[in-house]
Design a protein around this ligand. Structure first.
Ligand code: COA
Length: 163
């Protein structure tokens, strides 16, 4: 497999946003919110989720990496290095559905972990939804240990209790 992982370039933005909306259908908090409340402020979950990628890139473009098969971008990982805390964070990760199960997601995470080590960080954090079976298989197999579970809530501001 002719796989190459390299640093993100601004011309990758549209592709990694497309990988995001394709990949996170069914495994996204924004999608769950839309399932219950419908589109909010005339924006759908895809727009909200793609915005996370803009935030990740704006925060630390040097911490975003893409996986290329040949010359095609087939996956990405976003990271953030919190030097003061000694912690590397992985907010977002996706691989083209046609290329999954070939070890690309694993290689992207290993690449990010090595990047954290080279930056002098000592720990790494990643999160996944209860409904995301792949994450719950992949992350422990890389050495991550479960430390907490969280419940996400949302409400419409014009609703009353018990409505
Ligand atoms: C998560 C994701 C990036 C993994 O990419 P990938 O290239 O398919 O991953 P890999 O091939 O490296 O590893 C797959 C691993 O996932 C796990 N896995 C795959 N399918 C699984 C399933 N149905 N249940 C549990 N674990 C599963 C296994 O541990 C597998 O490793 P193995 O092949 O060594 O057994 C990809 O599935 C994806 O883009 N999903 C949609 C977006 C997403 O969920 N992002 C992460 C949010 S937390």
């Amino acid at each position: 497999m002719d796989l190459h992982i390299r640093r993100y370039k601004p011309t990758d933005l549209d592709t990694i946003k497309q990988l995001t909306v394709e990949g996170f259908d069914g495994v996204s908090i924004d999608r769950n919110i839309e399932d219950q409340f419908g589109p909010i402020n005339n924006r759908d979950w895809r727009w909200r989720k793609m915005r996370h990628i803009d935030f990740d890139v704006d925060r630390d473009a040097e911490g975003v990496f893409v996986a290329e098969l040949g010359r095609e971008v087939v996956g990405y990982i976003t990271t953030y290095r919190d030097h003061a805390a000694g912690m590397g964070l992985i907010p977002n990760l996706a691989v083209d559905s046609r290329q999954r199960g070939r070890g690309i997601g694993r290689k992207l995470i290993e690449f990010a972990l090595n990047n954290f080590r080279e930056a002098g960080l000592t720990h790494a954090k990643i999160e996944t939804l209860d409904q995301n079976e792949v994450g719950q298989g992949l992350y422990p197999s890389l050495g991550f240990r479960e430390v907490a579970r969280q419940i996400h809530y949302c409400m419409a501001l014009d609703s009353k209790p018990n409505e």
